[in-house]
Design a protein around this ligand. Structure first.
Ligand SMILES: [Zn+2]
Ligand SMILES: [Zn+2]
Length: 297
């Protein structure tokens, strides 16, 4: 097993610290749960280097959401990407089972700028995510203003926009792994023709050559299931899309969360190998010996 989606800082923490000890604690928790390697994948929007990329991106959007996005960046984008990458590289060099990653959010029409920025860093793996549609943070369950838009907006239209964004993100070739591929279900709203959306999402991954993650994070959300749903997972496997496993933890207590349940899902769809990454090149690793898994089901 892997845990290829980890954050060092919770979202409500604006001022952050960088500590090798914290990374070592994450690795200990992962190893105890039978995870062979972790990827640190902090959000790009936590770093000041994202500011030139996002500048003006939401100018045409709904004024209330645009203002909310401005506050979001003001809160989150306070840290130095160079220092974060240096910490991850130091952890890796010290022999910890860590690779250097980043969760790259989808910036419409600006992924070339993102790629240009990230090319200067020694990343092992880049996750591609869609967290907002226009300036609407459809997955921000803690923000009533954004959640209210789910009732005002047609669910099928939201899914259509989300799937379109994933298709564009995948086609941009900027990242290696599609994170929480059906995240748009997070608030519990499903479209009329769910399977057609699954087909398009699986096709976007397959045709781009990207991998996808199997994540336990959805179990704690309103959708109450892993990402991706079983039907989408089956479609990915049918098309030969490589997989990672992930917790999307934002603190040590959830590192490798429910790794055993993810392993059972993989067994159910006949997957025996995952993809790990080094220098953004994938290699196969076995899902692993179930006996080595700890108790974090
Ligand atoms: Zn994410
Ligand atoms: Zn994440």
């Amino acid at each position: 097993m892997l845990d290829y989606h980890l954050h060092l800082w919770p979202h409500d923490q604006a001022e952050v610290s960088l500590s090798l000890e914290q990374v070592a604690d994450y690795c200990s928790a992962a190893t105890a749960a039978g995870v062979r390697e972790v990827a640190l994948t902090e959000h790009l929007f936590r770093f000041v280097q994202s500011e030139p990329i996002v500048a003006g991106l939401f100018d045409e959007e709904d004024p209330a959401l645009r203002a909310s996005m401005a506050r979001y960046w003001e809160h989150h984008a306070r840290n130095d990407l160079d220092a974060y990458v240096e910490l991850a590289a130091a952890a890796k060099a010290s022999g910890l089972p860590v690779v250097i990653g980043l969760e790259v959010d989808y910036y419409r029409d600006r992924m070339d700028k993102v790629a240009e920025l990230l090319a200067g860093y020694p990343f092992d793996v880049l996750l591609g995510s869609v967290h907002w549609l226009g300036a609407w943070r459809f997955d921000d369950l803690g923000d009533p203003e954004h959640m209210a838009r789910w009732t005002a907006r047609e669910v099928d239209g939201a899914w259509e926009a989300y799937v379109g964004a994933i298709e564009e993100l995948a086609a941009s070739g900027t990242c290696d792994v599609l994170a929480h591929l059906d995240l748009v279900k997070v608030a519990g709203h499903l479209p009329a023709h769910l399977e057609e959306h699954w087909d398009r999402l699986a096709e976007a991954a397959a045709s781009s050559g990207m991998s996808a993650e199997l994540s336990s994070a959805g179990w704690t959300k309103r959708c109450a299931e892993q990402y991706p749903a079983r039907g989408l997972l089956e479609r990915l496997v049918e098309r030969g899309v490589g997989l990672t496993t992930a917790s999307d933890a934002h603190g040590v207590s959830r590192v490798a969360d429910r790794a055993g349940d993810l392993r059972d899902l993989l067994a159910g769809v006949g997957v025996e190998h995952l993809l790990a990454f080094e220098g953004r090149v994938a290699h196969r690793v076995p899902v692993g010996d179930p006996d080595r898994l700890g108790d974090r089901r």
